[in-house]
Design a protein. Structure first.
Length: 405
């Protein structure tokens, strides 16, 4: 029996290397191929057992019956401008649906279904996985969420048809980690892989990042400290509050609930260089308070845990000492993080029991100590902060060597 080895096809390379248009699916595939070819140089190709793919949630493209793209994809943050489409979704969708809004997957699917020759509307991860499996008719529960999929009943709900969506264009949906087929002959030959390699249903990049950390118990939280502040908690029940940008993906028999604030590293970068942040952080005493009540935002408007497009940044008074100014900003972002987990609890999520941190801000010891003091729960090390590591866990599930949670 050959050893188990699985591949998560998550490309972190710059797409510009492969073409001027990062929206071109051909460029996506070139990037995946280059990443995979580089990885395969360092492992035994004959030991590969399974492949899974993660992609950006809410990125969709229309394809013909052979899986060929028929138009430029609409990315996760693209908005559908057609008022009639948005109105149709608003009339039919439940108030708790993640399919509401101009950036929803369903709005994009409705705009694509009018194209001649369209056979399916797929998510980014679906299409890339299809290059390996030859199947362009299947998605996973996490990518399908913003297209209207009901993760509680595990089906496309009847109300979607009331929007005018042709249901036959939506892919079948399976659970992340389910086997969707074996590798196609062309893909096996291209990468020199065994013909019995299985292709496994993947997930979104956000869910993959959570899985990578090792968080697996209800109450486990993961905070991403990047340009923005994102928090997620593993819950035993779904939490939906679109007014706060909160919805729940399904992971096995649990749910992943969370939200994203506009605060985070971007606002810090408006005031300090990275080198200056490192320098000042070294002299901060994280166990004392500045007494300043900052709400650091890069511009007017907040999504979560306060939903107010007119909320102004609060960054005054400005201390004379730069270290105190930075400390007050770190305290403010930590307070937003604590409020975010409290908001989720108010809406029915479990009490936060631990936190794992990812992103550039997680490496700042002073900030970590401030956050620990405000959250009052154990901070556990993340096994990895790479989304590919989380997707590899799904691939291993398909190989029968791991569990999702």
């Amino acid at each position: 029996m050959r050893p188990d080895f699985s591949i998560a096809a998550h490309s972190a390379v710059s797409l510009e290397r492969f073409g001027p248009n990062g929206r071109d699916p051909g460029v996506w595939w070139e990037a995946v191929g280059a990443t995979l070819a580089e990885l395969l140089k360092s492992i035994d190709r004959g030991a590969v057992r399974s492949i899974a793919v993660d992609g950006t949630s809410g990125t969709l493209l229309p394809v013909d019956s052979a899986g060929r793209p028929l138009a430029e994809p609409l990315m996760y943050n693209d908005k559908v401008a057609a008022d009639a489409i948005l109105a149709a979704v608003a009339r039919a969708a439940p108030a708790t649906s993640a399919a509401l809004g101009a950036t929803s997957g369903l709005a994009k699917a409705l705009s694509f279904q009018r194209l001649p020759g369209v056979a399916a509307v797929l998510h980014q991860a679906d299409w890339i996985a299809g290059q390996f499996s030859g199947r362009f008719d299947v998605s996973d529960e996490n990518n399908a969420l913003k297209t209207g999929y009901d993760v509680e009943t595990r089906c496309w709900p009847d109300w979607i048809a009331a929007t005018g969506m042709r249901m036959g264009l939506l892919p079948g949906v399976v659970r992340p980690g389910d086997v969707v087929g074996t590798i196609a002959a062309r893909a096996a030959e291209l990468f020199g892989l065994p013909r019995d390699v299985v292709v496994v249903a993947g997930t979104t990049d956000g869910c993959a990042s959570f899985l990578a950390t090792g968080a697996a118990t209800v109450g486990d939280g993961v905070t991403a400290l990047g340009s923005s502040l994102t928090i997620k908690i593993l819950s035993d029940r779904p939490i939906s509050a679109p007014r706060f940008g909160i919805y729940s993906h399904r992971l096995g028999d649990a749910y992943l609930a969370g939200g994203a604030s506009n605060s985070g590293g971007k606002v810090l970068a408006q005031h300090f260089s990275l080198a200056r942040i490192i320098e000042l952080s070294a002299v901060i005493d994280p166990m004392t308070e500045t007494g300043l009540d900052y709400y650091p935002l890069p511009a007017t408007g907040e999504r979560f845990p306060i939903a107010d497009p007119a909320l102004p940044p609060r960054l005054v008074p400005r201390p004379v000492d730069d270290a105190d100014h930075l400390k007050a900003m770190l305290e403010g972002i930590a307070a937003i993080e604590a409020l975010g987990y409290s908001r989720l609890a108010e809406l029915g999520a479990p009490r936060l029991t631990s936190v794992r941190s990812v992103g550039g801000g997680a490496a700042n010891p002073a900030w970590t100590a401030i956050r620990q003091r405000k959250l009052g729960v154990p901070f556990l090390p993340a096994l990895s902060d790479e989304a590919a590591a989380g997707t590899a866990r799904l691939a291993l599930m398909g190989a029968g060597t791991a569990e999702l949670l």
